[in-house]
Design a protein around this ligand. Structure first.
Ligand SMILES: Nc1ncnc2c1ncn2[C@@H]1O[C@H](COP(=O)(O)OP(=O)(O)OP(=O)(O)O)[C@@H](O)[C@H]1O
Length: 312
C-alpha cells in the first residue's frame, strides 16, 4: 500500500507523550487517500485532536513520522502546512470585518497573492457569496461556521481538517454542514473530520477510524464496518406465551422475553446461511404460532460501544 500513488497522508507509528508523561497517541499508523472523507471517531480525550495537530505539524510527535503529499511534516513543514486547511471550532477574527475581507486576508497569511476570483469561487461554493459584504457579527451561527471553512480553504489546500464540525449545532444546521462537506469533497478536497457523533461518521465518511485511549482500534470502509460487524436480531412475536423454549429450538441462539411472548433470534446478517428458514420451519414444527416478525440491525453506536469496552 505504501507505493500507492493515491496515498496522500502516510502516518507511521506515531507516539505522542506529553511533558507530564501522558501518552496521548500510542503507535498510531494510518494512510489516508486522496479525495476521501475519513472520520476519526472516539470519546473525549481519545487523542483525535492530538492526531490532527500532529499531522498539521503543530505538535511534534515523540516518535514516528508523517508524510503529506510526499513531504515530511517536520522537515518540510512549510510544504505540508500549505497543503492543509484547518477548520477550528470558533471564529476568533474581528467581528467588524466583512466576509470577503476576512477570507481574503487569511489567504494573505499563507503568503498567497491576492486573488478575487478564487475568493469568489470559495464563497460561492459555500453559498456565502450574497453575504460577502456582511460583517461577521451580522451572520447566523451556521453562516459563521461556513466562514470558518472558507478561511481554511482560502489558500487552496488539498486537505481539510474539521475538528468536530457540528459540535453544539442543531440538527438542521448539522445536515446543512454535511451537505457543505459533501460538495467540497466533490471538488477533490480530502476531508478529515473528528467527531463524537456516530451518526455523523456513518452519514459522512467513506472510512471510519475508531480511536480510543490513543490507539486506533480499527479503520474500515463505513459500509464494510457495518457489514462486518453488523449483528442482527429477529424479533418473533408469538400468539401464546411459552413457558420454556422447546428442545428442538435449542440449536438456535434464542432468548425468550420476560412476558414469554417474544422470541429474539440473534444472528449474523453476513452469513451465507443465517438459519432463518430453518428457524421458521422449526417454529412451525414445534407448533408455535407467530403473530409478527421484525428485524433490527445493530447501529454503529452499538459496535462502537462494544469496541471501546473490549479494548478497555
Ligand atoms: N498539552 C498536554 N499535556 C498533557 N496532556 C494533554 C495535553 N493535551 C492533551 N492532553 C491529553 O491527551 C489526551 C488526548 O487529548 P485530545 O485533545 O487529543 O483528545 P480528543 O480525542 O481530541 O478529545 P475531545 O473529543 O475531548 O476533543 C487527553 O487525555 C488530554 O487530557
Amino acid at each position: 500500500m505504501n507505493n500507492n500513488a493515491d496515498i496522500l497522508i502516510d502516518i507511521k507509528n506515531i507516539t505522542k507523550k506529553y511533558d507530564n508523561g501522558f501518552t496521548a497517541l500510542d503507535d498510531v499508523s494510518l494512510q489516508i487517500k486522496k479525495g476521501e472523507i475519513i472520520a476519526l471517531l472516539g470519546p473525549n480525550g481519545a487523542g483525535k485532536t492530538t492526531l490532527i495537530s500532529t499531522i498539521c505539524g503543530i505538535i511534534t510527535p515523540t516518535s514516528g513520522s508523517i508524510s503529506v503529499g510526499g513531504f515530511d511534516t517536520l522537515k518540510d513543514y512549510r510544504d505540508t502546512r500549505k497543503m492543509i486547511g484547518l477548520v477550528p471550532q470558533e471564529l476568533t477574527t474581528d467581528a467588524f470585518e466583512t466576509v470577503f475581507d476576512t477570507v481574503s486576508f487569511t489567504r494573505g497569511l499563507f503568503g498567497k497573492p491576492r486573488d478575487k476570483s478564487i475568493i469568489e469561487k470559495i464563497l460561492k461554493d459555500l453559498s456565502l457569496w450574497d453575504k460577502k459584504d456582511n460583517k461577521l457579527r451580522e451572520l447566523s451561527g451556521g453562516m459563521k461556521r461556513r466562514v470558518l471553512i472558507a478561511k481554511a480553504l482560502s489558500h487552496e489546500p488539498d486537505i481539510l481538517f474539521l475538528d468536530e464540525p457540528t459540535a453544539g449545532v442543531d440538527v438542521e444546521l448539522r445536515k446543512d454542514m454535511w451537505n457543505v462537506m459533501r460538495a467540497l469533497s466533490k471538488t477533490g478536497v480530502t476531508i478529515i473530520l473528528t467527531t463524537h457523533y456516530i451518526e455523523e461518521a456513518e452519514e459522512m465518511a467513506d472510512r471510519i477510524g475508531v480511536i480510543s485511549k490513543g490507539r486506533i482500534l480499527l479503520v474500515e470502509q463505513t459500509s464494510e464496518l457495518m457489514r462486518k460487524l453488523g449483528h442482527k436480531e429477529m424479533l418473533i412475536e408469538i400468539s401464546e406465551p411459552l413457558d420454556i423454549l422447546p428442545a428442538s429450538l435449542q440449536a438456535f441462539d434464542l432468548t425468550l422475553s420476560d412476558d414469554r411472548k417474544l422470541i429474539t433470534y440473534s444472528y449474523n446478517a453476513n452469513q451465507e446461511h443465517p438459519g432463518i428458514t430453518r428457524l421458521l420451519k422449526a417454529l412451525i414444527e414445534a407448533d408455535i404460532r407467530t403473530t409478527d416478525i421484525s428485524t433490527k440491525q445493530s447501529s454503529l453506536e452499538d459496535i462502537f460501544v462494544n469496541l471501546v469496552r473490549d479494548a478497555a
